[in-house]
Design a protein around this ligand. Sequence first.
Ligand code: PLP
Length: 394
Amino acid sequence: MITTEEIIEISDKYTFNTYSRYKIVAARAQDGYIIDKNGKKYLDFTAGIAVNSLGYDDKGLKNALKAQIDKILHCSNLYYNEPQALLARELCSLGGLSAGLDGTTHFQRAFFCNSGAEANEGALKLARLRAGKGRGNFISFKNSFHGRTTGALALTGQTKYQQGFEPLIGEVRFAEFNNFESVAAAIDNSVCAIFLEPIQGEGGVNPAERGFLEAIRKLCDEKNIALIFDEVQTGIGRTGKFFAYENFGVKPDIITLAKGLGGGVPIGAILARGEFAEVFKPTTHGTTFGGSPLACTAGLYITKKVAQPDFLANVRKMSEYFKSQLQSHSSGLKGQGLLLGLEVEGKPADYVRKALEKGLLILGAGENVLRFAPPLTITKAQIDEGIKILKEII
Ligand code: PLP
């Protein structure tokens, strides 16, 4: 039988050296735990970086996927497929209702792709095409993260990811997050869109302020600029609402989704409202794999389940419990729902390593933040177990 050491050796030799990996081989998962090849269990407060929204044991999801595999795995976008049609309708119907702002459908159309970066690339193209020639610039934010493809990278406000890849696309102006004056100062007629995460995830779990988003919404309306929310990490129930923007009462023109939408099956999506939904035409955008029956089966099952008021209420309840247990220990607690950050002294990576040794998987974010993004199905007992380890290492 192949050993852990052999898998690591082969992997290190034959895959690109793009990741600093911890030396465990994830063999299977069960009930909120990842189990390595040697049988050691790790409580998972990462959910594959906000991906495994329903944990690892949702029988309904597994059965839906198995049934779809028996029907058809992939078909091109030259033809229609049922899961894609139903998922598009489901996501569009949620935009207004679950927001509870005006009770009407907010988004009119969806486009499916395969990842967060790809969704952002599509949104970028959409905004440029709508604005027309001479209006190809963007405003994004310091400490943001939008992905690794060249367009998404250009929007990412962290130079460490961009170095060596310049020139990236056109001009992106980086404003200060939660500082409206810096946004207003960067606006002119060449800007087609403002791109932002309602809670900056990778940059340190930094939530936007409501007034900041309201002021940006107003500015975008006045200047006829697209407001694009990257909810790749914050969407699909992660913050206790289906879309994170519902926490702020401010709706974007375009939203990008991925991660939790497929619960582990790769999928990305762009939703757009009104005239923004009518910009793309045949030839202007497309993808081979996007909207496959398999990925959309996962997306449809997860969307229907997560959007249920009871499910979202439980995410908020678990979030409150998680925060109450950590609060007694630290003041630097931030985030919403089950996307939480805790400020620490020293490097996050050191804490992540210590937690791993004790059987808990956590993430770092920004310069000094530990990030917790467990499955949305996490239980009180699992929170207790994880917090006990966190208290030992902090
Ligand atoms: N946008 C945000 C907010 C993200 O957190 C990420 C990934 O961490 C991305 C985009 C990129 O997504 P992907 O890795 O699926 O390309």
